[in-house]
Design a protein around this ligand. Sequence first.
Ligand SMILES: *[C@@H]1O[C@H](CO)[C@@H](O)[C@H](O)[C@H]1NC(C)=O
Length: 328
Amino acid sequence: MPITFVFALICLSLPVKTQPEEDGVLFEIEENVLEFDGNPIWQGKTNSLMGCSQTCARQLACKRVIFEANKGTCVHLGEGQTHLANTPAKQGGTFYLKKITTTGIYSLLGTSKSAAVASCQTLHSQSQSGVYWIDPDGGSQVNAFRAYCDMKTDGGGWTLVWSYSFTNYGAFTSESNAVTPRPNWQVTPEVNVPISTTPPINETNFNAMNFALWKLLGRQILIKSNINNWLVCHPGTGSLVDWQEGEVSCKVVKHVTDQCLNALAPSKISPSKGYGPKLYRDNEFHSLYYYFDGYTSKNWPSHDPCGTGKSNHLKNVVNPHGNIYIRA
Ligand SMILES: *[C@@H]1O[C@H](CO)[C@@H](O)[C@H](O)[C@H]1NC(C)=O
């Protein structure tokens, strides 16, 4: 007689005393299983499947349970006690539950559309950088999509929203140079590089997430480039995602060049003046640090680690590019 297996997943939020840093245990259930004929690590009475699984969740040594509903017996199996007797359990209502470690639960987050997270910041802090499913607007996961997460820089939790390259890196200060493509943010109509609304899935997949979604991810920005220093900026009166001109508080989180190691990080943002957002200290021309210029007939996209709006970016870099990430 064929034995039917029914799989289900239950997520229990339990305080696990033996592992204080962990707060959840996942069980995989099979119904109508074979009986266990060895010596279990514990056997007792519980009045429900949930009660039985909770006793196992609290026991580090417990890896599986068998619960017989009609007798109310709960059997704990330890590591390696996976072999069941060949005799099927005589009655229905016998459940075999397999415990999945808590790190297993966290590793499921963001790995499928149905397990999409709000942003990279929702992932477990032990997660590796890479592509995950996210659903910034919450609710139905139908519109979840894949995005790249940096889980390392300055504590991690960063969602990649833009990867760009340059139209003329070789002649960096020529007016034909611009960043490309650009996000669908509101800039003067002269700005003529292509617009992208496709989330970039890595740092050299040159695309941009729909700008309307950026503010759902947070207001801190991480700017990375392989030709200029990396910055983390907190919003003040100014905010890139709110498209608001004003003060920001930036720090250099990585020096990409040895030039101007003592230069101060920018302190102001001006999103819509000129042909794209600018980060600078006091003068929007002579203290530019980053200028995301998207017009190929005027200006050029300063990436100046000295914060002087001059040509101090790293030269002769293969595949020059930049990235913007967001977190709350
Ligand atoms: C980045 O993504 C593009 C497009 O999917 C792919 O062709 C490329 O190999 C990826 N690069 C890296 C470094 O993963």
